[in-house]
Design a binder for this molecule. Structure first.
Ligand code: IKT
Length: 342
């Protein structure tokens, strides 16, 4: 495959880390990055080390799961010598998108339709390339499906939910299901250890706290850092989640693997240690053509970090989508329909 030029919208945990991880692949050329106050564009390839160093310490360092990074006023991307301050960062990238193969949308979904509306701006500018998001919530998938015709008309290949869950682990479930003619249950169970605690991982922790009983995205958005920290302290720094409303269920159903109601997502987040509090596993139970009932298990090594397990797959899905796009396949794809190719 020819080199892939890509842009990153947002330089929170995922934006920064995908830029960093992309340095390990010569065929991935980051050409644009932005946050709410600045944009850096270089079609020959950004100097990622300079960009990350210039912005270091300005954002929560959460290595993986959240697109949210809290840049202090005037100190984000614009601090890089490759960047300029701007009030219109996304439009600035859209204006250059003719020369960009893929765009990773690593922005918080501020309003529930924020990311679909970002996609609209690329479509309106006649962009024909790849868009990738790392969203967790199911309702956004439907909004993207509503836009499938527009994507197909323009030549856009959109991959939604391309992180770990949904993402890598959804894809693993789809693969593990291949032994079975009937899938009964898919259980995704993750473990993440982040000793640096809440203040360094605000985006990720907030996103997860919203899944605890009695909380949702809106209530958590209105909570102060002290309030979130109080919840973390109440749990002695170890939060356990069950039946998380992650889009793995609808993404597996749309790929024809099983019914959404047969999928559960849960896990443990330990903010007191870098060790995973539990091994990340995907268990797929089903029946084979010859009548055996079994459970196929996909397991991540405890040594692999959340940052590795979110950002490698995000770039892997981006590369796979560029392959599809170059082959003329457009529309909306989930992580159970493509094999990531980092
Ligand atoms: C996500 O970003 O996909 C969700 C986060 C879980 C990541 C799982 C990583 C597994 C591992 O590294 O073993 C969490 C729900 N915020």
């Amino acid at each position: 495959m020819n080199d892939i030029t890509f842009a990153v919208l947002g330089t929170g945990g995922i934006g920064r880390r995908t830029l960093d991880v992309s340095k390990h692949r010569d065929d991935l050329v980051p050409v644009a990055a932005c946050d709410r106050d600045g944009v850096a564009i270089d079609h020959d390839g950004l100097d990622v080390d300079e960009l990350l160093a210039a912005t270091e310490g300005n954002v929560a360092s959460d290595g993986g799961a959240s697109a949210v990074g809290e840049a202090s006023e005037g100190t984000g991307v614009a601090a890089s010598r490759q960047a300029v301050p701007t009030d219109t960062p996304i439009d600035d990238v859209v204006a250059e998108s003719d020369a960009i193969d893929a765009v990773l949308i690593a922005l918080p979904n501020l309003e529930h339709d924020f990311i679909p509306r970002v996609a609209d701006r690329f479509v309106a500018a006649d962009y024909s390339g790849v868009l990738v998001d790392v969203l967790k919530r199911s309702r956004v998938i439907g909004m993207l499906d509503d836009r499938a015709d527009a994507f197909e008309d323009r030549g856009v290949t959109f991959v939604c939910g391309a992180g770990a869950t949904p993402g890598f682990l959804t894809g693993a479930a789809a693969l593990a299901a291949q032994s079975f003619v009937e899938v009964e249950e898919v259980e995704i169970w993750w473990g993440v250890g982040l000793e640096s605690g809440y203040r360094d991982n605000r985006g990720t922790v907030r996103e997860d706290v919203a899944h605890l009983d009695g909380y949702d995205v809106e209530t958590v958005r209105g909570m102060s850092d002290d309030e979130i920290e109080a919840i973390v302290d109440e749990h002695d720094g170890v939060l356990e989640f069950h039946d998380m409303a992650h889009a793995d269920d609808v993404l597996l159903e749309r790929a024809g693997i099983c019914d959404a109601e047969d999928v559960t997502v849960g896990g443990v987040l330990d903010l007191t240690s870098d060790e995973k509090p539990t091994t990340t596993t995907v268990r797929v139970t089903g029946t084979t053509f010859d009548g055996a009932r079994g459970t196929n298990v996909f397991r991540l090594d405890d040594a692999t970090s959340m940052a590795a397990n979110v950002n490698g797959p995000a770039l892997g899905y981006l590369k796979a989508a560029v392959g599809r796009n170059r082959a003329g396949e457009y529309g909306v794809f989930g992580p159970a329909e493509l094999m990531p190719g980092f």
